[in-house]
Design a protein around this ligand. Sequence first.
Ligand SMILES: Nc1ncnc2c1ncn2[C@@H]1O[C@H](COP(=O)(O)OP(=O)(O)OP(=O)(O)O)[C@@H](O)[C@H]1O
Ligand SMILES: [Mg+2]
Length: 230
Amino acid sequence: MSDLLEAAGLRKSYHQGAQALEVLKGVGLVLQAGEVAAIVGPSGAGKSTLLHLLGGLDRPTDGAVRFEGRDLYGLPDRARAQIRSRAFGFVFQFYHLVPELTVLENVSLPAWMANGAGGARAGRERAAELLEEVGLSHRLTHRSAELSGGEQQRVAIARALMNRPRLVFCDEPTGNLDSETGKSVLKLLLRINQEEKTAFLIATHEPAITQVAGRVLHLKDGRLWDSKST
Ligand SMILES: Nc1ncnc2c1ncn2[C@@H]1O[C@H](COP(=O)(O)OP(=O)(O)OP(=O)(O)O)[C@@H](O)[C@H]1O
Ligand SMILES: [Mg+2]
């Protein structure tokens, strides 16, 4: 395996008026290509914050993130955006679908972002297949605002896989799913991991996920600890 993502000395503070809230106090992490790692920790520990920093979405207060050897925050914004759109997938905690687009359009969106309208047209078949995998082939033309929370979460998962990313950041990907649907989504993620060597970094409270993850990282008091390694 080779180093895919490396973070060193990550700090993140939020400022509320005169007060600074230090959420991450020096976090380091190395993730290998094809690895599945879970991040656990209490609510408010900074799991979502950390995923956003690692995913090139929010600049750290200090420290660096390297993806395939490239310093994400040393790159021009355009180059970082290109890595995000071509190499990363995101399942956000609150989904962030585009409410007025249909389910199929939401899932095709990453192909459009990476390769324009032609890419989105070419990607429609894959988008439909992914939606079938998450059990939503009967909802392709619904607007995403018309879906239940669990359905939106599954659309977000299909969207994250659309561009065959090398690394997918998942923030509580089964948080809104019943246990059967959660199991089938987890099975899909593991199959993608096996077949395409896609790496997954998953913030979760779900024991079913931590059991199958190769590593479990604990985020507590602003620091990250490795607790299970296979
Ligand atoms: N934009 C922001 N401005 C100010 N404070 C923030 C901001 N985003 C997060 N925080 C604070 O940072 C801390 C960590 O938040 P974060 O969302 O990363 O936690 P989390 O571990 O993902 O929690 P949960 O399990 O509830 O999703 C919280 O105390 C939160 O209030
Ligand atoms: Mg969170």
